[in-house]
Design a protein around this ligand. Structure first.
Ligand SMILES: Cc1ncc(C[n+]2csc(CCOP(=O)(O)OP(=O)(O)O)c2C)c(N)n1
Ligand SMILES: [Mg+2]
Length: 336
C-alpha cells in the first residue's frame, strides 16, 4: 500500500490535548469563583477581576508556549498565571495577603508574578504591560535566546499610548513578541466600540505592518490552532505577531460589579457561547464520557478548595519583611 502523502490527523492525540487544555480552563473557572467568594467574605485585599468566559484564550496561548517562554499579564491576570503554570494555592494566598503567596502576600491580585514559570507579572496600569513585554522581548533578542514573549492586553487598553509605543518598538526591532488582545467588548462600564475610533485593535496593529490573526476567542480549538501557528512563526524568527481574540466577560468588570450597563438580554445570550461549555460539547462528540468530564470538574474544584483552605489557614507575613523584596527608594526602615 503506498504511503499516504499527508499524515492523517490523530484524533486521539487531539482529544487528549484539548481535554488537557479544558482541565486548565476548569481550574481557572474554579479559582475565579472561589476568589469572588473570598472577596464577598471580606478576605481578599484589593479587587478581583475575573476571567470567567475568557479562559480559552489563556490556556491556548500558554499551552503553546514553553515553560521558559515569558508572559506579561494585566489587571485581569489570574487566568494567564494559572495557564502558564503558576501554583493556584500560592496565588490564593497572595489574594488573601498571606505568607507563602506568589509575592509573599505583599502584592495581591494585580501583582501576581512567578518567574519560575515565566510569568513576569500582572499589572494594574492599562497597556503598561506592553512596554514591559517589548522590553523583555528585546532582552531575549540581545541575549541571543530562542524564547518568545507573550503579552495580554484588553481591547479598551488599546486606546492608551503605551500600546502604540510597544507595537512600534517590537516591529522596528523585529522582536519575538506575541500580542494577544482579549477583546471582550467592554472597558469597565463602557462598550469599547463607543470610545474607539477606526477599525479597532486588529486594524491598528496591522497599520504597523504586524501580521494579525483574528479568531473566535471562545472556540478553544480555533484558539489553539491560531496560537500554535503564530508562536511557531515567531519562534522561527518571524518577528512580532498580533492575535485578536473576540470574547466576552461573563461577570462584572470587577467581581462586585453587577453589570447594569449591559443591554437587556446580552449576558444571557452570551452564556450560550461560553468556552467551557463549547469545549465540553466538542469533547463529548469525540467520545469523552460525562463521567470523565465530571471527574475533571471535581478534580479542579478539589484542587482550588485545597488552595482556599491553605490560604485561609496561612499566617499574614511577618511585618519585618514589609520592606524586603521591594524597590528600595529610601523608604522608612521598620522600627527595631
Ligand atoms: C492607565 C489606567 N487608566 C484607567 C484604569 C482603570 N481601569 C482599570 S481596568 C479598565 C478597563 C480596561 O478595559 P480593557 O482594556 O478592555 O480590559 P478588560 O477589563 O476588559 O479586561 C480601566 C479603565 C487603569 N487601571 N489604568
Ligand atoms: Mg475589555
Amino acid at each position: 500500500m503506498p504511503a499516504p502523502t499527508q499524515a492523517a490527523t490523530d484524533h486521539t492525540n487531539q482529544t487528549e490535548r484539548i481535554f488537557g487544555l479544558f482541565k486548565t480552563m476548569l481550574l481557572i473557572r474554579a479559582f475565579e469563583e472561589a476568589a469572588h467568594q473570598l472577596l464577598t467574605e471580606g478576605l481578599v485585599h484589593g479587587s478581583v477581576h475575573q476571567s470567567i468566559g475568557q479562559e480559552a484564550i489563556s490556556v491556548a496561548v500558554c499551552g503553546n508556549l514553553r515553560r521558559d517562554d515569558l508572559i506579561q499579564s494585566n489587571h485581569r491576570g489570574h487566568a494567564h498565571a494559572i495557564a502558564k503554570g503558576a501554583n493556584p494555592t500560592a496565588m490564593m494566598k497572595e489574594l488573601l495577603g498571606r505568607a507563602g503567596g506568589t509575592n509573599g502576600g505583599k502584592g495581591g491580585s494585580m501583582h501576581i508574578a512567578d518567574f519560575s514559570v515565566g510569568m513576569l507579572g500582572a499589572n494594574g496600569i492599562l497597556a503598561d504591560g506592553m512596554g514591559l513585554a517589548a522590553g523583555a522581548a528585546h532582552a531575549v533578542t540581545l541575549k541571543g535566546e530562542d524564547k518568545i514573549v507573550g503579552v495580554f492586553v484588553g481591547d479598551g487598553s488599546t486606546n492608551r499610548g503605551p500600546f502604540y509605543e510597544a507595537l512600534n518598538w517590537a516591529k522596528v526591532f523585529h522582536l519575538p513578541l506575541l500580542i494577544v488582545c482579549e477583546d471582550n467588548g467592554y472597558a469597565s462600564t463602557t462598550a469599547t466600540r463607543g470610545v474607539t475610533a477606526g477599525g479597532g485593535p486588529a486594524v491598528r496593529a496591522a497599520s504597523f505592518d504586524i501580521p494579525v490573526v483574528s479568531v473566535d476567542g471562545n472556540d478553544l480549538l480555533a484558539m489553539d490552532a491560531a496560537a500554535a501557528t503564530l508562536i511557531e512563526r515567531i519562534r522561527n524568527g518571524g518577528g512580532p505577531h498580533f492575535l485578536h481574540a473576540a470574547t466576552y466577560r461573563l461577570k462584572g468588570h470587577v467581581s462586585r460589579d453587577p453589570g447594569l450597563y449591559r443591554p437587556k438580554g446580552e449576558l444571557e445570550a452570551r452564556w450560550d457561547h461560553e468556552p467551557v461549555r463549547r469545549a465540553e460539547a466538542w469533547l463529548a462528540e469525540q467520545g469523552v464520557t460525562p463521567t470523565e468530564i465530571a471527574a475533571a470538574r471535581a478534580a479542579a474544584q478539589e484542587r482550588i478548595a485545597g488552595g482556599v483552605a491553605a490560604a485561609r489557614a496561612a499566617p499574614f507575613p511577618d511585618p519585618k519583611v514589609a520592606y524586603a523584596d521591594v524597590q528600595d527608594v529610601g523608604g522608612p526602615s521598620w522600627p527595631k
